[in-house]
Design a protein around this ligand. Structure first.
Ligand SMILES: [Zn+2]
Length: 242
């Protein structure tokens, strides 16, 4: 659609402040996305697409991806884009019976505020399809035995607290489908690469290829647009070339 030849990738020199040099720093919380990048290498993500065919120019302010296409310049919000990717992935897994999970070698004890656990059995049932395996630990505490495969232990704990809160306030008001969708959005938000994280070129290409595979690459699951184009026409108008 927006295919471009393989232009050089001018990122080594002359980057402005806030633009990354594409150095791969292994800060925390990165494992999930790196694993996706590794998985991707061996799977079916081979064909080109609207996003992966763009020519990558830079990562800007560690928030946006700047790329060039046939029709203009594209700005893509890295967090919103990854959120969309994860949300659709979770939806697919959920349709097939539940999100993939990983067992913890050492279960985590989660202390909740008093009264935070009305019906532990019911909570177990809701959390199971989301990739969590939990068990009552007495009082208002829970054992976390397994967590979603895409989340780290710390993120899982944070997600679980929010999930429980959302369950409490939302269950009475929403039907099951709506409730699960909102829980999956929450998980996608926590699992997605954050704004402020520097990404390597490979990581960005992975993200763009994943975006090509999504069904709704226009908006994040919360409805925010995840990319826009500044067309060449628009740019020419701004410079009064036409
Ligand atoms: Zn969002």
């Amino acid at each position: 659609l927006f295919s471009v030849g393989s232009a050089p990738f001018p990122f080594e020199e002359s980057l402005g402040p806030g633009q990354t040099q594409w150095s791969v720093s292994l800060e925390e919380g990165r494992e999930g996305f790196e694993r996706e990048a590794a998985e991707e290498g061996s799977s079916e993500f081979k064909r080109g697409g609207a996003f992966s065919d763009l020519t990558l120019l830079a990562q800007i302010r560690q928030v946006y991806i700047l790329a060039q296409g046939e029709k203009g310049l594209f700005l893509i919000d890295q967090h919103a884009a990854h959120e969309r990717v994860l949300y659709e992935k979770y939806l697919r897994q959920w349709d097939k019976g539940g999100l993939s999970s990983q067992y913890l070698l050492v279960p985590i004890l989660l202390d909740l505020p008093p009264g935070g656990l009305d019906e532990p059995e019911k909570i177990e049932k809701v959390l199971g399809p989301l990739g969590f395996e939990v068990g009552a630990a007495g009082g208002s505490s829970l054992w976390i035995k397994a967590i979603p495969a895409d989340l780290g232990p710390e993120e899982s704990e944070a997600v679980l607290r929010e999930l429980l809160e959302k369950l409490k306030e939302g269950e009475a008001l929403q039907d099951k489908e709506t409730l699960f969708r909102s829980l999956l959005k929450l998980m996608a938000c926590h699992g997605a690469i954050r704004a402020g994280r520097s990404l390597s070129r490979d990581e960005i290409m992975t993200l763009l290829r994943q975006l090509d595979q999504t069904e709704q690459p226009s908006h994040c699951p919360h409805g925010r647009p995840l990319w826009f184009i500044l067309s060449w026409e628009e740019i020419e108008k701004r410079f009064k070339r036409r």
